[in-house]
Design a protein around this ligand. Structure first.
Ligand SMILES: [Ca+2]
Ligand SMILES: [Ca+2]
Ligand SMILES: [Ca+2]
Length: 202
């Protein structure tokens, strides 16, 4: 009888130890799991951004222009809009990034008005020539020099908002390594890259 009590006591101590160990393991595992989820979402967003770029290039090859931005969230481009979200219906793509936010989109206005390949090619060539005055632009380092782009697409990242240089609505954006206060993922289609992809010739 006495022995039974001692066994029960030991079992409780063991149980307590098991619970403490489980707690420690959970405490170590949960942050790791959320870090893995964050990493997976980040990778998915990068992959989707590349798909959006390809869809935009495909759109340009078919329509001889880039689509306008979507200003009202229905996924269909709106005439005259150069900033907004991607026209995901027109591009045949999903509506949102891994954090369930729309992808932001900014397009050079002159590339939305062309209606034949030659006109699109000359517009692309002249963007490179006129340089600094053309918008949108992207800097590829924090505070670095920016260059004009045919189009820019941004995932707002885990914090679900545009950050720092991307938030000031001046149509100049940054594509750079994330920090604690900047988690946007920015991709750009350079005018000369689109020029090459469309097999433009001088
Ligand atoms: Ca729309
Ligand atoms: Ca962000
Ligand atoms: Ca800016």
């Amino acid at each position: 009888m006495h022995g039974d009590h001692r066994e029960a006591g030991l079992t409780l101590i063991e149980l307590a130890i098991v619970l403490v160990v489980l707690g420690i393991i959970l405490g170590m595992t949960l942050p790791l799991l959320s870090e893995l989820t964050r990493h997976r979402h980040y990778r998915s967003a990068q992959k989707e951004l590349e798909e959006i770029k390809e869809a935009l290039i495909g759109y340009a090859a078919i329509h001889f222009r880039l689509p306008n931005a979507d200003a009202n969230g229905d996924g269909v481009q709106d005439t005259g809009q150069v900033t907004g979200t991607i026209p995901f219906v027109d591009l045949g793509l999903g509506a949102v990034d891994p954090w369930r936010n729309a992808y932001q989109y900014d397009v050079n206005q002159r590339l939305t008005n062309t209606n034949n390949l030659q006109a699109l090619c000359s517009a692309l060539a002249s963007i490179g020539a006129t340089g600094a005055t053309e918008l949108p632009q992207v800097a590829f380092s924090a505070g670095g020099p920016s260059s004009p782009q045919a189009a820019v697409v941004i995932s707002m990242g885990e914090n679900s908002r545009l950050d720092e240089e991307n938030a000031d609505k001046d149509r100049v954006y940054e594509a750079r390594t994330p920090t604690a206060t900047f988690d946007d993922i920015t991709v750009a289609i350079a005018p000369n890259a689109l020029y090459t992809r469309l097999s433009c010739s001088p």
